[in-house]
Write a protein that binds this ligand. Structure first.
Ligand SMILES: *[C@@H]1O[C@H](CO)[C@@H](O)[C@H](O)[C@H]1NC(C)=O
Ligand SMILES: *[C@@H]1O[C@H](CO)[C@@H](O)[C@H](O)[C@H]1NC(C)=O
Ligand SMILES: *[C@@H]1O[C@H](CO)[C@@H](O)[C@H](O)[C@H]1NC(C)=O
Length: 145
């Protein structure tokens, strides 16, 4: 009961910040058969997490101008939340590989750089939303430093 109220409070805060959505929508949404859950910690070697990590680097590679492809090197922490599918929240490290972007190589075949002048690592936070039954995914959040 208590968690339902917290959920209601959360939902309304988020929705009230958006335009054109009434309180009724909020209540109606809460009553839907698929209730959103709270984020839960999940093992960093879970197959779903590994897939989400791969989606993250693919997105990263597609958004950056680096000559080389980056690949996931370590997932530090992973959370998953049920929201019309699964939303993964990952805290991970990615590193530069020896594969050039133009080679169109599969990341599985790419090794990390060993040349000191070319090694580079970023820490990233990503959110990956997966809808398994539609074979759809997106990476709405990707922050690296
Ligand atoms: C919520 O859902 C239940 C079962 O699906 C339904 O009986 C009830 O009328 C709904 N309540 C509201 C406020 O829509
Ligand atoms: C890569 O980026 C282009 C444009 O920036 C976009 O059209 C394409 O869908 C992206 N591909 C992936 C796999 O994200
Ligand atoms: C490392 O990379 C730099 C820059 O591409 C290059 O000049 C240098 O020769 C490389 N060193 C080795 C040991 O491959």
């Amino acid at each position: 009961m208590r968690s339902a109220w917290m959920l209601l409070a959360c939902c309304c805060v988020v929705l009230s910040a958006m335009e054109g959505l009434s309180r009724d929508f909020c209540l109606q949404n809460l009553n839907s058969s698929v209730k959103p859950g709270f984020p839960k910690t999940i093992k960093t070697n879970d197959p779903g997490v590994l897939k989400a990590a791969r989606h993250t680097v693919e997105r990263f590679n597609n958004c950056t101008n680096d000559i080389f492809l980056f690949k996931e090197s370590h997932v530090n922490r992973a959370l998953v939340q049920i929201v019309k599918g699964l939303k993964y929240m990952l805290d991970m490290e990615i590193g530069r590989t020896t594969c050039k972007k133009t080679s169109h190589a599969s990341l599985d075949d790419c090794d990390f750089q060993t040349n000191r002048t070319l090694t580079q690592t970023f820490c990233c936070y990503s959110e990956v939303w997966v809808v398994p039954w539609l074979h759809k995914f997106s990476v709405p959040v990707l922050l690296c430093h």
